[in-house]
Design a protein around this ligand. Sequence first.
Ligand code: BV8
Ligand code: ZN
Length: 267
Amino acid sequence: MQQGGTIACTSTETQQRPRSPMPMARGSNLGLLKEKLAAAEAITVLTGAGISADSGVPTFRGTDGLWKNFRAEDLATPEAFERDPHLVWEWYNWRRELIATKQPNDAHKALAELERRCPDFWLMTQNVDGLHRDAGSRKLSEIHGNIWKVRCTGCGVVANNRDVPIAILPSCSRCGSLLRPHIVWFGESLSPDDLDDCSRALKHCDVLLVIGTSGVVYPAAGFASVAKEGGAFVAEINLDPTPQSAPVDLSLHGRAKDLVPLLLQPL
Ligand code: BV8
Ligand code: ZN
């Protein structure tokens, strides 16, 4: 629903609504996307490392990406942790030290504001840095976990832990077993609750925004197709074209911190 020319969804009806025809394109791609958002009752957003790049958190792929200097197989798999937990914890400790100095940027803040304006909103992030939460987002799935949480390899308990540096190797205060980062590594399944929440949000949204992700890691890489099959308008915001670009309805190229706040401005 449009209210005073800005995005302000008002309907709380979520499931199996008839989709009304959307207004025709008017002006720029940005203008069209703002129209789609203003008309949407349900908005879903998928973010990746690109949204936090503007806060100074390194991305994974690309020229300065983490995977240029580190091998995912050595650091972000259960086998790597079994082989050398010390090495894996040192890498996560280094990232915790770095992320602890970073703040949410205007794109994180704009998405938190979008959540406040749109009652039927869901944010799915692949990022583990916690910056969406720091910006005020609450309706969100951190589908790859959170770097500020630890999980016991013995009793499975999950706890918040903001120690910087964290003791290497950390142990569980309940059972004494080794703690691991509460992060989804390659070859591990995402939590069934997160998958359910994401599936629901993708299937019934009117608009899916895909922001700052290369779109190569599954299952998130398949989310745009799920939303599209459900009839959603899918828009991508990224510095560059991605494998997602072909199937999406609209691409905006630029920095997330510059483009996302523009979506909140009046039409
Ligand atoms: C699973 C945790 C079931 C580490 C991460 C073959 C085919 C298909 C699938 C597979 C396959 N082989 C294996 C798989 C499955 C695998 C997978 O998808 N592999 C890919 C690589 C082929 N997936 C899994 O294993 C997942 N689990 O499928 O479960 C299962 C179970 C058992 C066996 C099989 C299947 C689990 C995936 C979990 C991955 N965990 N890391 C950590 O963070 O500590 S992935 C890692 O990549 C990060 O979490 C990250 O979030 C994620 C995605 O990356 P992006 O966020 O997109 O970041 P990237 O750097 O790539 O891109 C940044 C983008 O931002 C760029 O496009 C850039 O242009 C843009 N950008 C930059 N700056 C800006 C910007 N845009 C806007 N503004 C800017 N300023
Ligand atoms: Zn334990």
